[in-house]
Design a protein around this ligand. Structure first.
Ligand SMILES: CC(C)(COP(=O)(O)OP(=O)(O)OC[C@H]1O[C@@H](n2cnc3c(N)ncnc32)[C@H](O)[C@@H]1OP(=O)(O)O)[C@@H](O)C(=O)NCCC(=O)NCCS
Length: 219
């Protein structure tokens, strides 16, 4: 079920920025709270303001990819989503779910976002992505983690990841990502390790990454 609501208005006095210990970039404490439908546009902004190589390679267009993401999330319901908020502004989000987005879910979202030709467009542009598909084990899965590009390197991803880990108690947590994604450092710092990798020349030609990895944080 989609939780509908309104973002609280920005706080009047913002806490002072302090330099992040690793990057030196000024950062303020952020609030992590459940996502509501009003947040969708800013969540999409965090994800697509600087499109990733995979988004560029496997989505027909970036505006199309934004509509596809919105349709996927609304179909899934927003219960597994949390946002990081700073003074009323959504600066990042995480999506954790017991089930990964299936091919059927993706085709339905493509139809909802792009009309009847949507599923065919998704398959034509996105098929090389299937060559590096890795099944995640049963249990909670981190499907998305994004910080708005203007706020990266200030600890927001870590705060969101800590929240997701805590919210899942002592259950193992899985995710998949591009094998050359620098985010791997962040995950390793939070106890995740690579347990499988799938490579494909075609995927590498399109993205510059040899493949994708499955990372698990044990209980
Ligand atoms: C991954 C991501 C959520 C990290 O968010 P963040 O708010 O910058 O995270 P933090 O400030 O807490 O920590 C930054 C960490 O991200 C890593 N990182 C991720 N992408 C990076 C990049 N492009 N350049 C440099 N470092 C990057 C760094 O290694 C750093 O870890 P370290 O401090 O151990 O070196 C953010 O970079 C992002 O939205 N990236 C694009 C989407 C993505 O790749 N998501 C993960 C896919 S599964």
């Amino acid at each position: 079920m989609v939780r509908v609501g309104h973002r609280p208005s920005g706080t009047e006095s913002r806490p002072p920025a302090v330099a992040h210990p690793r990057t030196g970039i000024p950062s303020r404490p952020v609030e992590v709270r459940p996502a509501v439908e009003d947040d969708l546009e800013q969540m999409v902004d965090a994800m697509f303001a600087e499109p990733s190589v995979e988004q560029l390679a496997f989505m027909p267009t970036i505006p199309g990819a934004r509509a596809f993401a919105r349709a996927t999330w609304l179909a899934a319901g927003l219960d597994g989503f949390v946002v990081a908020e700073d003074a009323g502004e959504v600066v990042g989000f995480a999506w954790c779910s017991e089930s990964d987005v299936s091919t059927r879910d993706a085709l339905r979202a493509a139809a909802a976002a792009w009309g009847v030709t949507g599923p065919a467009r998704l398959v034509m542009k996105g098929w090389p992505r299937q060559l590096v598909g890795l099944a995640m084990p049963p249990g909670p899965k981190l499907i998305e983690l994004h910080t708005h590009p203007s706020r990266r390197g200030t600890g927001i991803g870590s705060v969101l990841l800590d929240h997701v880990v805590r919210a899942n108690g002592d259950r193992p947590l899985s995710l998949t990502t591009r094998s050359n994604n620098p985010a791997r450092h962040l995950y390793e710092r939070h106890g995740f390790a690579v347990v499988a990798q799938k490579n494909s020349r075609m995927f590498e030609r399109r993205t510059g990454s040899p493949g994708r990895v499955l990372m698990v944080r044990p209980a």
